[in-house]
Design a protein. Structure first.
Length: 253
C-alpha cells in the first residue's frame, strides 16, 4: 500500500478546474517530485493534502487514512508536514520559537499548556528539546536565540525546514523550496534535502521549477499541466517524454 495515494482528485473554482481527475501515489521512503508550468495545480494539490482546500471529488489517503474526512489540525498529527512557497516564519520571534511552533503539532499538553506556556511544564521542556535537536542537526543551533528578522534568505529557508521537521513528519511536502535562492544555495539545498530525507527517515514530495535539482534528486516524477497528470516516471523517462518537453521543459519558468 502506498504511503500517499491520490485518486481522481478534482478541485474547481467557479468554472475553472484547478485539479481535474489527478491520480498518483508515493511509496514510503520515496523522494518524488511534482512538476509542471505555473498554474498547473501543484500547490493546489498540496493545499488539498494539507486540508486548506476541499476536494470536489476523488480521494486522498495517507497510510490508509482518509485525509479528506479529517480537519486540518489532524493532518500534522498524522505525520504530514510541509513548507510554503512564501516563508511563513514570524520575524519577531526567535529562531527557536519559530521551530517550537512546528513541534506543537505533536504536543499533548492541550490548549492551556500551549497558550499559557508555563516554562516548567514537562511537555514544554520536551518541545524545546525537540526544537533544539532539529536545529543542531541542521547546523542552526548557534542562531536559536536570534530573531528571524534580518537573517539571510537561505538561512530562513533552512529554519522553515527545521520548523516542519520539529513536527516529526513521515511525509514532508516541499513547495518550491529553491525559490529565491542563488545557484550555489540551490546546490546546498539539494544536499540538505538528501540529508534530512536520510537522517529523519522521510518520504518527500517536492514541487520545484529548478529542473536540474529535480532530476538529480527525484526517484519518481509526476508531471502536471492544466490540473491533470500528463506523465509519470523516472527522471530519464520524463526527460525524454515529448509531452513533457512541450508542456514544461520547453517553457519559460
Amino acid at each position: 500500500m502506498p504511503l500517499l495515494d491520490i485518486q481522481s482528485v478534482g478541485v474547481h473554482f467557479g468554472g475553472v478546474s484547478a485539479l481535474d481527475g489527478l491520480s498518483f501515489s508515493i511509496d514510503e521512503g520515496q523522494l518524488a517530485a511534482l512538476i509542471g508550468p505555473n498554474g498547473a495545480g501543484k500547490t493546489t494539490l498540496f493545499n488539498v493534502v494539507s486540508r486548506i482546500y476541499d476536494a470536489d471529488e476523488g480521494s486522498v489517503t495517507f497510510d490508509g487514512e482518509d485525509l479528506l474526512a479529517l480537519p486540518a489540525y489532524r493532518i500534522a498529527e498524522l505525520g504530514v508536514g510541509r513548507t510554503f512557497q512564501n516563508l511563513a516564519l514570524v520575524p519577531g520571534l526567535s529562531v527557536l520559537e519559530n521551530v517550537i511552533v512546528g513541534a506543537h503539532s505533536r504536543s499533548t499538553g492541550g490548549f492551556w499548556t500551549a497558550a499559557l506556556r508555563f516554562p516548567q511544564l514537562a511537555e514544554e521542556r520536551r518541545l524545546v528539546a525537540r526544537a533544539m535537536e532539529v536545529l543542531e542537526r541542521l547546523g542552526l543551533a548557534d542562531l536559536a536565540q536570534r530573531p528571524c528578522a534580518g537573517l539571510p534568505f537561505g538561512t530562513l529557508k533552512r529554519i522553515e525546514f527545521a520548523r516542519a521537521l520539529a513536527g516529526e513528519p513521515r511525509l514532508l511536502m516541499l513547495d518550491e523550496p529553491a525559490s529565491g535562492l542563488t545557484h550555489g544555495e540551490v546546490d546546498e539545498l539539494g544536499d540538505l534535502i538528501r540529508q534530512i530525507r536520510t537522517e529523519f527517515d522521510l518520504t518527500v514530495l517536492l514541487v520545484e521549477h529548478h529542473m536540474s535539482m529535480v532530476m538529480a534528486l527525484s526517484e519518481k516524477i509526476v508531471v502536471m499541466d492544466l490540473g491533470s497528470k500528463i506523465a509519470e516516471g523516472s527522471p530519464a523517462e520524463i526527460r525524454d517524454n515529448p509531452a513533457v518537453i512541450s508542456a514544461y521543459l520547453g517553457a519559460s519558468t
